[in-house]
Design a protein around this ligand. Structure first.
Ligand code: NAD
Length: 298
């Protein structure tokens, strides 16, 4: 099976590598020459344009930053027109559900089946092929390309019709942002009252406040090794990307008339953090710097 892979950044790079290791014939393209060269150095065949990547492809996978990049690639740059009509297009970027539905409808007009398949699991999940995929679109199409997903992830869910994968992703990331902020706040409260951050983390992990950040992504520097908090919040999942997802969640809530009080608050806290601490490129667990600015001086 021939796969065109567009966007080999923090997530797409390791995903494309895992496909090559699974003996798929991958041709990759990225606008950023450095990232493309890094993919080449890791053993992925690279080509000079997106249209070259999808020529005669059975599957195209895109992993781009946001809605506008997905529109640009598939519609404005003519990728849909260049794809063979038998191809399946899989967009793994986190984007607005409405954009996913719109691009999939345009693909369908050309007879091309398209799935929205955003992921969870971070860069470590991408490296280790342990991502969770949340897939929207036709179930029979997903069944056809399931082996491709299985080379990149450990959990593959069919969330529902076109756009449903994106909706599931927004719900998950809104919950994650709230959990991370609340975890940072609880740790700051404990430490300000004389507790040790690592001891308090252990206690809460084993208690009713236990959650994903406490288990694998502790925001307090020095509590856990190998997490962004252990390296000045470099790498990981950028505040800019989390803020994008929170904005999408707030927009989706407005469209549906759903109250998401904590999601909207988290959105505002991350926007304040980004501006006050110039934190757009830092990992999102750096929200600790907003709730406990004195932390790293302790
Ligand atoms: P990234 O910025 O590292 O990678 C995106 C890549 O797309 C870049 O290399 C960029 O040059 C390239 N690109 C943009 N437009 C392009 C175009 N038209 N043609 C070719 N290449 C193009 O971002 P990332 O961290 O890999 O995230 C990608 C997506 O995955 C985002 O939607 C993000 O929200 C989502 N996501 C990220 C994480 C994470 O932990 N980083 C986790 C889950 C989901």
């Amino acid at each position: 099976m021939r796969i065109g892979f567009i966007g080999v950044g923090n997530m797409g790079g390791p995903m494309a590598r895992n496909l090559v290791q699974g003996n798929y014939a991958v041709r990759a393209y990225d606008l950023d020459a450095e990232r493309l060269a890094a993919a080449g150095a890791a053993g992925v065949a690279t080509v000079p344009s997106a249209l070259d990547a999808v020529q005669d492809a059975d599957v195209v996978i895109s992993m781009l930053p946001a809605s506008r990049h997905v529109r640009q690639l598939y519609l404005d740059d003519g990728l849909l027109d260049a794809l063979p009509p038998t191809a399946v297009a899989i967009d793994c970027s986190t984007i607005a559900p409405a954009t996913a539905r719109d691009v999939a409808a345009r693909a369908a007009q050309r007879g091309i089946e398209m799935l929205d398949a955003p992921v969870s699991g971070g860069t470590a999940g991408a490296e280790q092929a342990k991502l969770t995929f949340m897939v929207g679109g036709d179930a029979a199409t997903l069944a056809r390309v399931r082996p491709v997903f299985e080379r990149m992830g450990a959990n593959i869910f069919h969330a529902g019709a076109s756009g449903a994968g994106q909706t599931a992703k927004l719900c998950n990331n809104m919950l994650l942002a709230v959990q991370m902020t609340a975890t940072a706040e609880a740790l700051a409260l404990g430490v300000a009252n004389g507790l040790d951050a690592a001891t308090l983390s252990e206690i809460m992990r084993a208690s009713s406040g236990g959650n994903w950040p406490l288990n694998v992504y502790n925001p307090w520097p020095g509590v856990m090794e190998g997490v962004p908090a252990a390296r000045g919040y470099q790498g990981g999942f950028a505040v800019d990307l989390m803020l994008k997802d929170l904005n999408l969640a707030v927009d989706a809530a407005a469209d549906a008339g759903t109250p998401t009080a904590l999601g909207a608050l988290a959105r505002n806290l991350f926007a304040m953090h980004r501006r006050q601490n110039d934190a757009g490129a830092l990992d999102f667990s750096s929200i600790l710097r907003l709730v406990a600015p004195e932390t790293e001086a302790r």
